[in-house]
Design a protein around this ligand. Structure first.
Ligand SMILES: [Ca+2]
Ligand SMILES: [Ca+2]
Ligand SMILES: [Ca+2]
Length: 734
């Protein structure tokens, strides 16, 4: 995604879960909770109606009723706690409960706006000590500690003791567990591809290394190459090149400087699986349809936003007040990321990249995605993309209405919701936001692309898509500067974009490629983007879409005057990213200005790999292919944190991406994100409070944490997974 300017009403701060004994109190620590040890009475704690507390062995215990829905439906707690803005606190308690049940323990405001300052949701069992530190965000005398116990179908038993909230504690210093100092692609190197590892070391002279097979036998050896201090991580590193070894197998490790890497394969099978998994991700992002548990075991859920309470539904969505006088049926589409919003600009680049994978790769057409449309005559990748295309088309202003042909920028909740929350349980009103030139051109571009792609399978749909694309393009030319504001309420990301010459170029390019018509050709040739360097120091994304037009002009067969120069510009882009990758000790084809890593940096790495791969397809130059593969190593564990950013791929991978329904970290009854989900990745700006509490001062690659609360470093998003799908398709095709 990249909800750049996201605002939150609820701030969640540091949570540190520890077992064992409490840390000793410092002299200036001040206890805020009264009678937290329940000495002779449960006063002044309260409990919700119908759930009396009893004193048992000096603990407060309750029989929690079954059949409640929300965590906060039943609770015990204590009010009137003073909190001082900027002061650090430790919140700790001992708790037990029937095995597998969950308590949501919070410190927050007892009065409106009910902000939560810290929360943890441990799965209970025998008596265990829990502790977390946080910094209070506001001064109040109406703070609260509470233990929320609702949401269970069955009754259960809960006990708590030694409830403590002390001020004046030093904040915890977070140190990530980065494992062995030898960093590899934990998934797989291709037998015929490059194979490079990194060793983090104090040594500045070459080190001997060995490649071990699964039996521990050395099958290759050599010496490493010192690379000095790597700017992106601040680490002194050396490079290990074992590319001459090509025998397929699993369980390989690299040993250097007394450290053994995590295990990896040499082989291609993982990429065949990933090509499917990265696309299968979209089915469980679908809105407006029941997710079939037999197709996606563990992920079945009710249809979201189909006008069944408590949803207010997407069947008849009004505009924000004063924006329009009609409603639209905008059911369907994909949820954008970890929230329940649907955004045309981001849906556009996502759909383009998936259709681009289809246009570039013949093999992907035969890949089954285990979706309801599997087994029909249309490739599953197109069935999945059409789920979004129908939604995008539904966002267009109908004929006869003001601004007809333009496209609404987005539809989402009126206010942010909390986590976890299944899509069908979202009670918020839904609203259409104003039309924008950018959204209109996104529809024009991808609907035009769809018109040529779907023509062999569904000519009627192709015709409808082309008509929508033409109408949108004409409307955008008549309204060329309707920009989405930086903020127009809460409840969703802004996705504002102040420059739309790139969207005009991309839409004209797709319409030209599909129709061959002169008018669109003229607009392509006249666009300032056509001769600009569109392969910048960052990467293309939802707001910078000229590269999408350029890549398609260079690769989709067409008769544009000056086509060789277009193709040459893509090759030059690939050369640029090749040079970046070669200059990086970790081999990453991404080196942002000032080492300031972007929101969703993993997708930036992958989109630059898309440019490298396209350069390879245009020229056959092995250096482009090798840089693409070596760049992918970063995503799979050859990085400062020594972890894969794709769930289920690699010995250690992201598991807790920010999502309201893959929220296993908050509710063990919910799943982790599915295998093949890409985490956003290192983000130097760490906009969310949780990341700020752990990562302030982080360097480049280290600005990431695998926690569901870190929406700025660890969200999942449809556009990011599209880059992963494209690249994994490219690798599988090799
Ligand atoms: Ca006690
Ligand atoms: Ca199909
Ligand atoms: Ca733009």
């Amino acid at each position: 995604m990249s909800l750049w300017e996201r605002s939150r009403t609820v701030a969640v701060l540091t949570v540190l879960l520890v077992g064992g004994a409490a840390a000793p109190a410092l002299a200036d620590e001040v206890e805020q909770v009264r009678n937290g040890g329940f000495d002779g009475t449960t006063d002044p704690f309260w409990s919700t109606a119908g759930m009396p507390m009893t004193l048992t062995d000096g603990q407060a215990c309750v029989d929690v009723p079954g059949g409640t829905t929300n965590r906060w439906d039943v609770a015990i707690g204590q009010n009137d706690l003073p909190l001082v803005a900027g002061e650090s606190y430790r919140f700790s308690f001992d708790a037990s409960g029937d095995a597998g049940h969950v308590v949501r323990a919070i410190v927050g405001l007892a009065v409106s706006p009910y902000d939560t300052y810290v929360e943890q949701s441990p799965v209970l069992g025998g008596l265990t000590h829990y502790s977390s530190t946080f910094t209070a965000a506001a001064d109040t005398t109406q703070g609260q500690v509470a233990f929320q116990l609702g949401g269970s179908a069955d009754p259960w038993h809960f006990c708590v003791d030694n409830v403590s909230l002390v001020g004046g504690v030093p904040p915890e210093v977070y140190v990530p567990d980065t494992g062995p100092r030898v960093r590899v692609n934990q998934v797989a190197y291709l037998p015929s591809g490059p194979k490079v590892a990194t060793v983090v070391t104090d040594s500045t002279t070459p080190l001997p290394w060995q490649l071990l097979d699964s039996a521990g036998r050395a099958v290759a050896r050599g010496t490493s190459t010192p690379r000095g201090v790597d700017v992106s991580s601040g680490q002194n590193v050396q490079t290990i090149d074992f590319g001459r070894y090509s025998r397929a197998g699993s369980g390989y490790t690299v040993v250097a400087d007394g450290e053994t890497s995590r295990p990896f394969d040499i082989g291609a099978a993982a990429y065949d699986k990933l090509r499917a998994d990265a696309l299968k991700f979209y089915y469980t992002q679908r809105s407006g349809i029941t997710i079939d548990d037999t197709l996606r075991p563990g992920y079945g859920r009710a249809a979201g936003h189909v006008d069944v309470a408590p949803n207010q539904g997407d069947g008849k969505v009004p505009c924000q007040a004063g924006v329009c006088d009609y409603t639209l049926d905008v059911r369907g589409g994909w949820y954008d990321a970890g929230d329940h919003g649907k955004y045309v600009v981001n849906g556009g680049i996502t759909t383009w990249e998936i259709l681009s994978e289809y246009e570039r790769s013949h093999a992907v057409r035969k890949v089954s995605l285990a979706i309801p449309e599997s087994g029909n005559r249309t490739p599953d990748i197109l069935d999945e993309a059409r789920w979004e295309l129908n939604f995008l088309l539904s966002m267009q202003v109908p004929a006869g209405k003001p601004l007809a042909g333009m496209v609404h920028h987005k539809i989402h909740d009126q206010a942010w919701t909390g986590l976890p929350l299944l899509p069908d349980q979202d009670p918020q009103p839904r609203e259409l936001h104003p039309v924008s030139t950018a959204a209109t051109l996104n529809l024009a571009a991808v609907a035009a692309q769809a018109a040529r792609v779907y023509r062999p399978y569904d000519p009627a749909f192709a015709k409808r898509a082309l008509a929508g694309a033409r109408t949108a393009y004409t409307a955008a030319k008549a309204n060329p500067a309707l920009l989405a504001p930086e903020s127009d309420g809460v409840g969703g990301g802004a996705y504002n974009d102040s420059k739309v010459s790139d969207e005009f170029y991309w839409a004209a390019a797709e319409l030209f490629l599909t129709t061959g018509e002169r008018a669109y050709q003229s607009d392509v040739l006249a666009s300032p983007e056509h001769t600009a360097d569109v392969f910048g120091s960052g990467a293309f994304d939802w707001a910078s879409t000229a590269a999408a037009g350029r890549l398609d002009l260079a690769t989709v067969p067409n008769r544009l005057p000056g086509l060789p120069a277009v193709q040459k510009s893509v090759v030059k882009g690939a050369e640029k990213y090749l040079a970046v990758a070669e200059a990086q000790a970790y081999g990453v084809p991404y080196a942002p200005n000032n080492n300031s890593w972007d929101w969703g940096s993993n997708s930036a790495v992958l989109n630059n790999i898309v440019v490298l791969a396209t350069g390879y397809r245009l020229t056959g130059r092995p250096a482009f292919k090798d840089a693409a593969l070596t760049g992918l190593d970063y995503v799979f564990g050859r990085n400062a944190l020594n972890q894969s950013y794709v769930t289920g791929y690699g010995e250690v991978s992201s598991q807790n991406e920010h999502s309201r329904w893959y929220a296993h970290q908050l509710d063990p009854a919910l799943p982790h994100p599915p295998a093949g989900t890409l985490a956003g990745g290192a983000n130097s700006s760490i906009q969310d409070p949780y990341a700020q509490s752990k990562l302030t001062g982080c360097v480049g690659q280290f600005c990431y944490i695998d926690d569901i609360q870190s929406w700025s470093t660890n969200e999942e998003a449809i556009n990011w997974n599209a880059a992963l799908a494209w690249v994994s398709g490219f690798v599988a095709d090799l």
